[in-house]
Write a protein that binds this ligand. Structure first.
Ligand SMILES: Cc1ncc(COP(=O)(O)O)c(C=O)c1O
Length: 377
């Protein structure tokens, strides 16, 4: 199997499988228990939280474990929107039109309970800018929502300028950083970001575990409990902690960070190789996303292949043992025109259904890219 769908999920590092298995078998004490086994388990959670916070360069007190980015996005967005409204700050949110469904659906829900949301589309250059956000903000605006890296086209969004401008205008800002973690794209340590989220299975960890980092600029927006019960996660998200996966996520993020420089170089080389190979093979393609190639990550590529239905290409690739996708995993099961490509290319319906996503991981090789090119040929 040639796996070129690493934006959907990534293979787990063997070291991570090992630590999960060891912890599951040997560290089964309840972290809330007062005897040694429980205390050891609790210590392991504290260490994992600190390790992850160190890599992200944030205070571990602001990091909450969750079941993944979907939960984290739901928690932070619902909370910040509702709390700001209760405080009388307003009811208007500005968000990009290219967010993951775990953000987009929350915003749609907020619209049904008294919030107004303005969605910012990519401009003619395929970029989303701070000026666009500012132009549509009103005296009712409470917060801005922008992902760090888009999961379908690999576009990098201007989080630094958005975060600084949001601070200046007194808005909270929420950042879905899922596709950016481990790629050194956003400096979370210095930017005034109120909430950002990550998910372990996007950086070679297990599925079903992730985090929310919540550090509101306005203390009145301090996070409120998502789940009440035994008081875990500082009484904000009760339930016995998933220690094996928490330890697995910490190992995954540490290994990702340790190997970052090599991977950045490898992704760059593979990206160059992909486009050279496409050109050499004489394949008719257009890159989707920003017109400025510097506004893209090197590990997620979205290609429009005119006159080739992506649904058919996916099947042909699958029959040859190659996994690629036509968009986000959540919509890939049923091929519906990509909402993200619709936002980028509102007047080019063919493009919505004739595009594929190819995404690299640490295990990707040039031979695998050759195999893909052969199919496309
Ligand atoms: C940008 C983005 N946000 C959120 C998610 C959801 O993450 P999880 O699978 O941890 O719920 C994904 C996963 O596809 C994603 O790519």
């Amino acid at each position: 199997m040639i796996y070129l769908d690493n934006a959907a999920t990534t293979p787990i590092f063997p070291e991570v499988t090992q630590i999960i298995a060891d912890t599951l078998a040997n560290q089964y004490g309840n972290p809330s228990a007062t005897y040694k086994m429980g205390k050891d388990a609790k210590r392991q959670i504290t260490t994992a939280r600190k390790d992850i916070a160190d890599v992200l360069k944030v205070d571990s007190n602001n990091l909450f474990f969750t079941s993944g980015a979907t939960e984290s996005n739901n928690w932070a967005l619902m909370h910040m929107a509702q709390r700001a409204k209760e405080l009388g700050y307003g009811n208007h949110i500005v968000a990009t039109a290219i967010e993951h469904p775990s953000v987009d659906d929350v915003l749609a829900h907020l619209e049904t309970i008294g919030f107004d949301v303005t969605y910012v589309n990519p401009n003619e250059d395929g970029d989303i800018t701070v000026d666009q956000f500012e132009e549509v903000s009103t005296d009712q605006t409470i917060g801005w929502v922008a992902m760090a890296v888009n999961n379908e086209v690999g576009a990098i969004l201007p989080i630094e300028s958005l975060a600084k401008k949001a601070e200046e205008l007194n808005y909270w800002i929420h950042v879905d950083a899922v596709q950016a973690i481990g790629h050194d794209i956003v400096d979370f340590s210095s930017l005034p970001i109120d909430a950002f989220v990550g998910s372990a299975h996007k950086f070679n960890g297990p599925k079903g575990i992730g985090f929310l980092v919540h550090k509101p600029k306005d203390a009145k927006l301090a996070i409120r409990p998502l789940i009440r019960g035994g008081g875990q996660e500082k009484k904000k998200r009760s339930g016995t902690e998933n220690l094996p996966y928490i330890a697995g996520m910490a190992t995954a993020v540490t290994l990702t960070n340790d190997t970052k420089e090599n991977r950045v170089r490898q992704d760059e080389n593979l990206a160059t190789y992909l486009y050279e190979a496409l050109d050499e093979a004489g394949i008719n393609y257009h890159r989707n996303g920003s017109k400025n190639l510097d506004h893209h990550v090197n590990h997620i590529h979205n290609l429009w292949l005119p006159e080739n239905l992506s649904s058919q290409l996916l099947i042909k690739a699958d029959l040859k043992g190659i996994a690629i996708s036509a968009g986000s995993a959540c919509t890939a099961g049923s091929i519906v025109p990509s909402r993200i490509l619709q936002a980028y290319y509102p007047d080019e319906p063919q493009r919505w259904v004739e595009s594929i996503r190819v995404s690299f991981g640490y295990q990707t090789t040039k031979d695998e890219i050759d195999a893909l090119i052969n199919i496309l040929k």
